[in-house]
Write a protein that binds this ligand. Structure first.
Ligand code: FAD
Ligand code: DLZ
Ligand code: SF4
Length: 512
């Protein structure tokens, strides 16, 4: 009898110690598709297809390499429905004397696993997840004694610590950040290359059939599934990104285009988050592209900052502030999510586009998530719990450790500014500058009030008005409050009335 080694759906990485330390003769590797994980929120169909198919492919390569694998399919007649029950059954079947698992990415599951040793009546070892470039303890140490936690300073520490994009002790190019050359709108003449796509193989087709039958009531479309489900395919996505899109990534990072969700983004969050790629190798390849002259520094630094900076930062922040983070609600937001967040039918073209992309692909890029959907959620004071649940289930890259900081901290300011230095809010003019959505919209982005005025305009000024008692003292809001003052009471009252009427409509789920 050996050790039972559990691999979760987002731990599909061959270099994890849970595998490298395994004894191929005596140990058993367990992967289990279970109801508990697949339904704790009603994940997008494509997210389940991606994970189940990637898990099945991963198990088959382990078998080929001589591991003893116990794989539980969702529709196995005696599937026990939970990880604990599957571990219990496998432990008994193979007479294992101990259980080893890499610590899970979500608090919910880590909390449950703390009780496993007692429930299973055997030693349960949780191994640290060494796929990150910093540890939870590193973040705690960095965060203690700091009044404010800003990603930018954490990121600089990470650059120094790892030596990535560094020369002679300083940042390559003499600056930490090249955003002054980034974040431009994308001219209509620019045609981004098509994303890398894969035809589903037999395993994926079986999973699609399973998901269509079993998860029919879950959000999203299962049709035209084209994501990578093996490491080899994920590497191809990465390589094609580096060669074809990284050079323009920085410049068009914040741009949005009608019916075009992919643009110059990498589309690799799915794979880094479930383990098919590691953040370290992604960063290495991007850095190499700079040194070989394949991509300019503004793009490479901008891209690396997302992974070495933001991704590491939000993970540290999650574990530092959980479990309280889940309940933070700084603006006391209470409104229910309007129904159109599920079906996407609204006259507001920007929202329609972003929700439709999300429904179809379980993907939207960062600015769609932040400055359209997130901006709207904050301006309309949608309840954090409902917004968190929505983001956790609609995106194929969503796990709570990365979703919650982005939702509670970045878009909703529910943590009162622990993550963001000011609320990420804007009127319609930002969306108009960065996209072609407004040209295809029934609302008029140039109108602040009156017939067909863009709702983002009056919602924005209402928010500035209603929350001035807490926002006015923020130096980063000073310019906005100067403009606000210049408006005069009549204009402000008119904006507020329109916003109130709009909010009443969405509370009643009337068409907007
Ligand atoms: P690219 O634009 O190509 O960026 C490269 C990589 O950087 C991404 O793959 C990702 O690993 C990392 N990255 C970029 N921004 C962030 C960020 N803010 N936090 C963490 N990593 C980042 N990302 C997730 O992986 N899972 C989520 O559940 C998730 N939820 C989000 C919710 C909201 C409200 C917002 C505003 C952002 C969220 N993000 C999330 C971050 C970001 O939007 C996605 O990582 C990105 O859109 C994925 O697409 P991409 O791989 O093409 O990214
Ligand atoms: C997201 C997910 C889904 C949909 N299904 C499974 C599953 O059936 N089995 C499994 O081991 N993992 C699954 N996962 C990923 C887990 O939810 C993830 O490991 C935890 O949320 C911790 O990050
Ligand atoms: Fe969105 Fe307003 Fe532009 Fe319409 S006009 S697409 S609602 S920002």
């Amino acid at each position: 009898a050996g050790t039972l080694r559990l691999i979760l759906g987002d731990q599909l990485t061959r270099t994890l110690p849970v595998l490298t330390e395994a004894n191929r003769q005596s140990d058993v590797i367990l992967l289990a598709e279970v109801k508990e994980e697949a339904t704790y929120v009603k994940h997008h169909k494509k997210k389940i297809i991606l994970l189940f198919s990637a898990m099945r492919h991963f198990a088959s390569t382990l078998r080929q390499d001589g591991f003893k694998v116990h794989y539980r399919k969702y529709d196995d007649y005696d599937n026990k429905g939970s990880l604990l029950a599957e571990v219990q059954a496998a432990k008994a079947a193979y007479h294992c004397h101990s259980v080893v698992v890499t610590e899970p990415g979500e608090y919910r599951l880590l909390d449950a696993m703390q009780r496993w040793a007692e429930q299973l009546d055997c030693p349960v070892t949780l191994l640290p997840d060494c796929r990150f470039l910093s540890t939870k303890q590193d973040f705690r140490y960095w965060a203690q004694d700091r009044k404010i936690l800003r990603m930018e300073f954490f990121y600089r520490e990470m650059r120094k610590k790892t030596g990535i994009l560094m020369e002679q002790g300083g940042p390559i190019g003499g600056k930490w950040n090249f955003d002054s050359s980034n974040r431009e709108p994308m001219p209509v003449t620019v045609q981004p290359p098509a994303p890398t796509r894969f035809e589903p193989d037999d395993i994926t087709r079986q999973v699609i059939a399973l998901v269509d039958e079993t998860f029919a009531d879950h959000f999203g479309e299962s049709t035209q599934f084209h994501y990578a489900v093996t490491r080899q395919q994920a590497l191809q996505v990465l390589n094609e990104f580096i060669a074809q899109r990284l050079p323009d990534f920085g410049q068009y990072q914040d741009a949005m285009r009608h019916n075009m969700p992919w643009l110059f983004h990498s589309h690799i969050s799915f794979y880094i988050n479930c383990g098919l790629l590691t953040p370290g190798e992604v960063i290495e390849q991007a850095e190499t592209a700079y040194h070989t002259g394949e991509a300019p520094l503004n793009s490479v630094e901008g891209f690396i900052r997302q992974i070495l900076g933001w991704r590491e930062f939000v993970r540290g922040y999650y574990w530092h502030f959980m479990p309280e983070l889940k309940h933070d609600n700084y603006f006391n937001a209470r409104r229910a999510l309007p129904d159109f967040f599920w079906h996407g039918y609204t006259n507001m073209n920007c929202l329609r586009q972003c929700i439709t992309d999300t429904r179809q692909h379980a993907y939207a890029h960062h600015i769609q998530r932040l400055m359209v959907l997130g901006n709207f959620a904050l301006l309309c004071e949608l309840a954090p719990e409902a917004v968190q649940q929505w983001y956790l289930l609609v995106y194929a890259d969503a796990y709570e450790w990365v979703e919650l900081p982005n939702v509670a901290g970045m878009i909703l300011y529910a943590d009162g500014g622990k993550l963001a230095s000011k609320p990420y809010i804007s009127s319609g003019s930002y969306i108009n500058k960065m996209s072609d959505y407004c040209k295809n919209c029934g609302y008029s982005v140039s109108k602040k009030t009156g017939d067909n005025a863009c709702p983002f305009n009056y919602l924005y000024w209402r928010f500035i008005d209603v929350h001035q008692h807490v926002l006015r003292s923020n130096p980063r809001m000073a310019l906005i409050y100067k403009s606000f003052e210049r408006m005069g009471p009549d204009k402000i009252a008119a904006l507020r009335d329109e916003a109130t009427a709009f909010l009443t409509k969405i509370s009643k789920n009337e068409e907007v």
